[in-house]
Design a protein around this ligand. Sequence first.
Ligand code: IMP
Length: 178
Amino acid sequence: MSRPYVIDEMISAKAIAARIEELAKEISQEYADTEQVVVIGLLRGSFVFIADLARELDLPVEVDFMEVSSYGNEMVSSREVRILKDLRGQIEGRDVLVVEDIVDTGYTLSHVISLLKSRKPKRLKTIALLDKPSRREVDFKADYIGFEIPDEFVVGYGIDYAQRNRNLGYIGKVRFPE
Ligand code: IMP
């Protein structure tokens, strides 16, 4: 990635914080009866989101991480999703919330969810900060969504472009000036 680009703000840090507060309230109500909820972040894009969300949850929380890699481009037909790092803990019989940065084609989360379901959690829900419904290739909808966005490439708030811009406090749209 060598072409210079600019980043136009799409969702401010303030708007993200306000939306997370709302979502955390809904989730805290839904999981109110839990003994402990295992909040699972999908690395690396969700690391900022999970940090902010977990601190807003009014619930006993355990945090775990998983890293998966999607084969894009050259393996478009199979869209295989590989586990690079699995959970440290067990989820059988437990309440689980999977935290993702963006749902794009839907392959990553639908694969991760069917894998985690096979481990027989008691309750399994998903939250994605961003959703690009116009890009969907498999039928998948997260239970909680921060913001629906158009088909734009975004960075910031944990999300990268070629490993850059994860540390921006807001969500920005990548643009290549003529
Ligand atoms: P899906 O399997 O197509 O839903 O892939 C979702 C993953 O693609 C996300 O977790 C991101 O890592 C990546 N992704 C999708 N859209 C963007 C984007 O606009 N910016 C950066 N990464 C993206």
